[in-house]
Design a protein around this ligand. Structure first.
Ligand code: ASP
Length: 437
């Protein structure tokens, strides 16, 4: 029988009403054997997520400040959910233990993780599923990094012992037994790890939007939804700022080629976005998959006549970056120039020293620095061996009077990167969308 791992985000579990939607979804498909919940999120715009309340509680406790009011808010969130769902689990007992632990010095990660832990208990009770504490099956190493090897040696066997189970998201344990969390939004990663360990046919990620949009809706009005995207394309788009899923949640399922379906708890009939492993060439795709971008990059352009014949020039440039501990985003080149694109925040503190170093080591004819640049990635496997996509893109930018400061196209042909002035960013994204979608 097929196995699906279903992860529900905080907004999908923010109230009893939302949790009942989750229940309906889980019960509609026998294959939904493993459920990974987040902590209760916001019920309305100015509401506070339980995770944030727990961070505040920990902060207040560690500074010996007043904690009662914050604790009462957390208790209310869980008891309201419990009572409205008509459950009889004594969640107060668990809450009191958490409060006691935090007041007696439990670490911050422990406090934050209790949001998913307590929610997992309630949800397991509601669904009649077993509860598996993530601390017993998901592991981190002594440096705090996710320990895939240890986790995958224990979690698959643990899941096999349960017909159906809830595994709370966001946390696991360190070698010394202490709780450690992933970065914020990390329940997505837990879902992916559980999907991998269960060898699932599908990892469903339920949230409050119907998947990924082809462009940022704050820039393009009512953009189209992305129906299918490959892991590779998503990495490009996510890195450039398209967020729905935690960036790192792709890696655990990548190896096992398990598809991820991002779906909307408030609109379960909508097919959402399907994230699939690589396809041959462009597969069924036609046109572009999405557009994403970020502001605030610095471009350093190094010019030297005869650069193309000087062996080791590129290495010398990269050695300079390495000396200052800098990684770069893009490196477009021409016969006599190399441009290096680095995020403003990373380079700001050392830009002058870096330029001096480049002059000393590379002996260039000139080095030019321009900051306040935005980078826009137009991504799509549908562009592979398609004629005319970039022509349309650049014509659209020219028609909108956007000056293109940099161009880079990876040889994989799945993206075209352009650099424009920060001020032209929104205009450029709109122009590309209107021309290519
Ligand atoms: N509750 C955690 C957070 O707010 C983790 C998650 O929801 O994925 O970041």
């Amino acid at each position: 029988m097929a196995v699906k791992v279903t992860k529900f985000g905080g907004s999908s579990l923010a109230s009893a009403e939302q949790i009942l939607k989750m229940k309906k979804i889980v019960e509609a498909d026998e294959a939904r054997k493993f459920v990974v919940p987040s902590a209760p999120g916001k019920r309305f715009k100015d509401d506070v997520k339980v995770t944030d309340l727990l961070y505040s509680l920990h902060d207040a406790a560690s500074h010996f400040e007043e904690t009662e009011e914050i604790y009462r808010q957390i208790v209310r969130r869980y008891t309201d959910i419990r009572d409205e769902l008509g459950l009889s689990i004594k969640i107060e007992d668990y809450l009191e233990k958490v409060y006691e632990d935090i007041k007696t010095g439990a670490n911050e990660d422990y406090a934050a993780s209790r949001g998913e832990y307590l929610n997992g208990l309630l949800i397991a009770d509601l669904l009649g599923y077993d509860f598996i504490d993530a601390a017993d099956v998901i592991f981190f190493d002594e440096n705090g990094g996710y320990d895939a090897k240890k986790t995958l040696s224990i979690l698959p066997g643990a899941l096999k012992l349960h017909e159906r189970a809830v595994v709370p998201g966001f946390y696991g344990s360190l070698p010394n037994g202490k709780i450690r969390t992933f970065s914020r939004g990390g329940s997505d990663i837990t879902g992916s790890i559980v999907a991998r360990a269960a060898n699932a046919d599908l990892y469903e990620n339920w949230t409050d939007v119907s998947g990924f949009m082809m462009a940022d809706p704050r820039i393009v009005e009512d953009p189209k939804k992305i129906d299918v995207v490959t892991y590779r394309e998503l990495r490009e788009l996510a890195y450039m700022g398209a967020t729905v899923l935690h960036e790192d949640s792709i890696f655990p399922v990548l190896e096992a080629a398990i598809p991820i379906n991002v779906k909307n708890t408030n609109d379960p009939e909508n097919s959402g976005t399907m994230i699939i492993p690589a396809v041959e060439g462009r597969g069924e795709a036609d046109g572009i998959t999405g557009i994403a971008g970020k502001k605030n990059f610095t471009v350093i352009t190094i010019e030297k006549d005869g650069m193309n014949t000087e062996i080791g020039f590129g290495r010398k440039v990269l050695t300079c970056l390495e000396k200052f501990g800098l990684s770069f985003e893009h490196m477009p080149t021409s016969i006599d120039t190399i441009s290096i694109v680095v995020a403003d925040v990373r380079i700001r503190h050392c830009i002058e020293e870096l330029i001096d170093e480049i002059h000393a080591v590379c002996q260039p004819d000139s080095v030019e620095v321009s900051s306040n640049m935005a980078i826009i990635a137009t991504v799509g496997r549908g562009m592979i061996r398609q004629v005319g996509v970039s022509a349309k893109l650049f014509a659209a930018l020219a028609d909108s009077h956007v000056n293109v400061r940099m161009i880079d196209q990876g040889s994989s042909e799945i993206n075209i990167i352009v650099g424009v002035e920060n001020d032209d960013f929104e205009k450029a994204v709109k122009a590309i969308y209107n021309a290519l979608v």
